[in-house]
Design a protein around this ligand. Structure first.
Ligand SMILES: NC(=O)c1ccc[n+]([C@@H]2O[C@H](COP(=O)([O-])OP(=O)(O)OC[C@H]3O[C@@H](n4cnc5c(N)ncnc54)[C@H](OP(=O)(O)O)[C@@H]3O)[C@@H](O)[C@H]2O)c1
Length: 308
């Protein structure tokens, strides 16, 4: 049985990867920043159908200088590093140290440990935000990298840290999610649903034409599985988005149609330095056999609105 350390298993992507990999028969070390968040994860898993027979838990705040490992590194085959500071809107100077320490220094600490312990594949989650506002779409792995916010800059630095350890033969893959969606997430889709359902006013920052190419977490998992332990992915990077772009205006229209309610919304000047579009060119992962299985409209209707 192959064993994976998933950092950030208490977060959205790490949590779903943990569930899917448990179901697929992998041994897991599930990491969270504290006992408290890990206890919540453990409860969620055990109240569901997930078997915890081959799952261990590791609580470690990555902002601490030295880390205590409560598990044996030599038993691990792979590491998937998802833990990070993840909010574009937290990009203020007050958060500079936190973002630098989590998205750069902690990456160095974990990737060096992976190298020293001979981990056979280190999968590092970066972000499509590192590209900023590119001239051309879809965004390929070779598109120039020009981040526009603290999150994007620190994630790009994190990539460079991982690549620099490749010089010493760390076998890594950099994966760049663009906008992943799924159940249990507090994102723009859920906000629009809640506001319209509760007859609350919705503020759209900008003109609402800004769009995201959402990718379902199951599709994201399928892509990760194609890469894990695959030598053709070593020292490579992959951009991962959905194949269709959805504007905020379209989402408001679609959700209000499904709910059969007139939305109460207005536009305001954009407050944050956010991207207008984020469509990735996913031909590289498609060459490995990846294809999309999930559709956003169906998910919104069935899973989020009608809860089935
Ligand atoms: N979701 C997306 O659409 C998307 C898009 C682009 C890139 N990404 C990348 O994908 C990865 C996962 O994103 P996500 O959406 O799943 O993020 P998330 O839900 O915000 O989860 C963040 C994770 O990081 C952990 N973390 C935060 N501070 C920590 C600390 N001080 N020490 C140790 N761990 C800490 C959290 O642990 P606790 O909860 O235990 O505190 C949590 O498990 C990130 O690297 C992110 O940059 C995600």
């Amino acid at each position: 049985m192959k064993k994976i350390l998933i950092t950030g298993a208490t977060g959205f992507i790490g949590g779903w990867l943990t569930k899917f990999f448990i179901d697929d028969g992998y041994g897991i070390v599930a990491h969270g920043s504290s006992e408290k968040t890990l206890n919540t994860l453990e409860k969620n898993l055990s109240n569901s159908h997930y078997s915890l027979q081959n799952t261990e838990f590791w609580a470690q705040d990555f902002l601490e200088k030295s880390w205590d490992y409560s598990f044996s590194f030599s038993d691990l085959d792979f590491i998937i590093h998802t833990a990070a500071a993840t909010k574009v809107r937290e990009g203020t100077y007050e958060n500079y140290e936190k973002y630098y320490n989590l998205n750069v220094v902690a990456v160095k600490q974990l990737a060096k440990k992976a190298l020293e312990e001979g981990i056979s594949h280190f999968v590092h989650l970066s972000t499509g935000q590192i590209f900023g506002h590119p001239k051309y779409f879809p965004i390929t792995e070779n598109t120039p990298k020009n981040p526009i916010n603290l999150y994007g800059y620190t994630k790009l630095m994190g990539e460079k840290v991982v690549e620099s350890l490749g010089v010493f033969n760390l076998l890594y893959t950099i994966v760049r999610p663009f906008s992943v969606y799924g159940k249990g997430q507090d994102n723009i889709i859920q906000i629009i649903i809640d506001k319209i359902k509760n007859n609350e006013a919705l503020t759209v920052y900008g003109d609402g034409t800004q769009s995201r190419a959402f990718m379902h977490i199951k599709d994201f998992y399928n892509a990760i599985k194609l890469m894990l332990g695959n030598p053709s992915c070593f020292k490579e990077s992959f951009n991962l988005s959905g194949d269709k772009e959805y504007s905020v205006n379209y989402l408001i229209g679609f959700i209000s149609d499904v709910l059969k309610k007139k939305p109460d919304f207005h536009y305001e000047e954009p407050k944050f330095n956010e991207l207008k579009r984020n469509l990735a060119d996913t031909s590289k992962i498609q060459k490995l056999g990846f294809s999309y299985e999930c559709e956003l409209e169906e998910f919104i209707e069935k899973k989020l609105i009608h809860q089935n």
